[in-house]
Design a protein around this ligand. Sequence first.
Ligand SMILES: O=C[C@H](O)COP(=O)(O)O
Length: 244
Amino acid sequence: MRKSIVAGNWKMNGSRSLVNEFFTLMDGVNKQAVEVVICPPACFISDFQGVDFALGGQTMSELDNGAHTGDISAEMLLELGCRYVIVGHSERREDHGETNDMVAAKAAKALAAGLTPIICVGESLQTREAGELESFIAAQLDALTATLSASQLAQAVIAYEPIWAIGTGKTASPEQAQQVHAFIRSHLAAFDSNAAASLPLLYGGSVNSANAQELFAQTDIDGGLIGGASLKVDEFRKVCQAAG
Ligand SMILES: O=C[C@H](O)COP(=O)(O)O
């Protein structure tokens, strides 16, 4: 039985007063049934001390330390109380030129340090319309399997986020999302069938309280990576309840 996970990615949003609103997030959420994670901007992570959900970084360096202005290391995230870290979000790939190999290196570093990476993959509309969806995602996954061992992969989480559905209000239909999730699982099975069967696959892209239940009910969808809807505590609570 795979773990259900709902992770909220605040991106470059939020404030200390928003953090305070989230201390009631888990009221009415079944903690046994769903693992809830909040990934706020790094400067707010320590303000969440004492919450009853998990915390994650939005990115991290593949390096240990040194002269890398603005970067944050796995050890630093751990010291702030994080258990998760998002790596390879399409916004990081686009804004900061993160390549498939860099994303794989970050995932490997996170796992070695004891963080669970939520590794993002997903295609643009142009790639989908060109009929290259599967080869594009396969290349993203192949970089991971070239770097991670099967046992490392089994400890990771993968989030499928079609770029055209992020922040656009255009959600992939449950069938479209399920189809890609099944592809991801079968592609990874060629590398290691146990890891492929056990790792949680999250869907991200305009998930909200109205569409979460149907998406999360799909066979290969084990929860979500939520952007906009994770910024309102009542709305995000409903999304978490839909997974548990
Ligand atoms: O990390 C979260 C995703 O990019 C989804 O964002 P969204 O829910 O605002 O579409």
